[in-house]
Design a protein around this ligand. Sequence first.
Ligand code: OVV
Length: 403
Amino acid sequence: MAQDAAAPRGAPASDIDPFTREHILDPYAWHHRLREMGALVWLTKYQCFFAPRYAEVHRIISEYQTFSSAAGVGYTNFNKEKPWRQPSMLLEADPPDHTKRRAVVGRILSAPNLRGFRAGFEVEANKLIDHLLEVGEVDAVPDVAQAFVLKVFPDAVGIADGDRTNLIKYGTMVFNAFGPQNEIFDDSVRDLGEVGPWIMERCQHKNLKPGRLGDQVYQAVAGGQITAEEAPILVRSFLSAGVDTTIYGAGNALWSLATNPAEWAKVKANPALAKPAFEEVLRYESPFQTFFRTTIEDVELAGITIPGNEKVMVNMGSANRDPRKWDRADVFDISRDVRGHVGLGYGIHACIGQMISRLEVDVLLSELARRKIDFEVSGPTQHIVHNTLRGFAKLPMRFKQGS
Ligand code: OVV
């Protein structure tokens, strides 16, 4: 353990770097170490606090009045440094700016408003499953999770067909940019000059299919609930936040279920269990592992005073495996009471797209279950090296008709 003169009084300090390749690929051992060190650990390398335990993570994301999002939810403090793109009007905003936009987009992404998409998602899932049974062996991230999400989600937003892999390039930039400006960050923003304008063009009203989710944002402009300037940036949030997260979430779900066949047997026996199974995936292999908040003023947390205008790193992945909160935290168990997991955040910034993301993964898993498909990992896997997200870069899998 390193000592650090700059560490606020009473805080344990660690020289661990959460953003090295090694720590990204294998996070759970060092999460455990930091949870045992304290409720807040000072990271000497980044000169900021790290919250590894459930209770403090929950408190920080609940108290938006103190732990602000408007200075960015990445390591970059927008009060001190220029953001790499125009900030999100939802994610990187506080009340009152945040409030009306959240209400408008929240209605658009609410379960009742999404109900009409289910049947179409099922058609796509079944086409994909037919294909999987034909070819047998695939890489489940590009060939299953990505193939499905890149079809159904942009269709729901109302994006034209075309080279949708730009959406993944953009998501990769957005989520890596929440980390420090390391090599991973630099590598992923390299194509910004090309992909940024492509994304903004997709967010224009004229390029969004009438009636779909993107168009509904513009209808709120016509209704006077949001301004014309807000609309394209709100549509941009769909494209920023909705693609990579759900792809890696679906990949993590397939891996978790393939490596816990007794749990998949339960889902096959009762496809309605696809829903709780995905919630357990969000806890056990949280696709969105970390973000930051910025203190508005001095605040006391776990007996330590955090000064104002300081970044605090919040680790949902670690909170979701904190044994102070969860029994057998490292066990994947779809029957557990998973309520309270912070895989989708909590409070006023809780994932606004959670209903459509859940719908996508539920359709995929419950159709696999209904058709009694079995799947197994069929070769060496590899995780993504990513500043924020946890998922697979390589996930070889074999799919076959089971019973
Ligand atoms: C939750 C999230 C992640 C990335 C981007 C955004 C939101 C956004 O609103 O742009």
